[in-house]
Design a protein around this ligand. Sequence first.
Ligand SMILES: [Mn+2]
Length: 332
Amino acid sequence: MNGVRQMIDGANRIVITSHKNPDGDAVGSGLALYNYLTDKGKDACFILPDLMPQNLKWIPGVDSIVTYKTSPEEADKIIANAEILIMADFNSSSRMGDAVKSFDASPAKRILIDHHPFPEIRTDVAYSRPEASSTSELVYELLSELSGADVLETTVATCIFTGIMTDTGCFNYNSSSPNVFHIIANLLESGINKDQIIDNIFNHFSETRLRLLGFSLYKKMKVIPEYQTAYIWLTKKELEAFNNQQGDTEGLVNYPLTIDGINFSALFTEKDGLTKCSFRSRGTFPANKVAAERFSGGGHLNAAGGEFHKTIGKTIYYFEKVLPEYEQYLEK
Ligand SMILES: [Mn+2]
């Protein structure tokens, strides 16, 4: 941690980045860092590989985010001038999208702040703790230490709360450590409006998103009881019919797990030329093992993702074919 303080104290131009398809923890942890560093007078910039879901677009500092996909030249310039790069909420360069080349070309020192297992990215300082609820929790620890006795600004606290709350599914999982709630208590003391944040995240979706959810559960979910598995698959055409927007299918993969006896759930969505795969599990079933071994991905034990460079039909055929090989991990 001392190393991080020295690096940050000694630098001015600091670039923060996070992963593709950014979620609440990616945007929350990145913007917490951005707001903190900007308040300290640093020339900070938060660059995201691609666009974020609509329900995160109110987070303090969000208008300052530079999106690589839409402004690659501007982003390249900022990255080339950076003295420090902070990578938050991911640990493999495959998660950086097209921005990876510019980041790899940069001679700047790199700091990793992340809670995914098995880091595989080159960094000078790694602040990686898979037991943490979220990257935002780690950012809280880092910023509390950097700021000493000072209470965090409300804007910074709001970003951190958003990240912890979304990455724990509203404190449903990965949040049994008392430390998480000590942090939340401190964030409340920083003046966050908890109820407003939760309302912003969960209650402002489009009508078509809710109808897509209904359609998926009613028409597009297959249950395979003998393998305690259920999956949902959505073709490009179906997604378009429901005017699918970035983030609309977020959380959909969790629904099959609410069925009694289902311990493994998958969501397959068709994109141009490939199928995106998202996995969730309960207990000790290793979703990340399936993702890593079969779908060029990875993640946490109970939440993982990947992709398959085949049509969606071939993807679900393959999924059903390999599923029996993971039978040993199912509940007896
Ligand atoms: Mn996270």
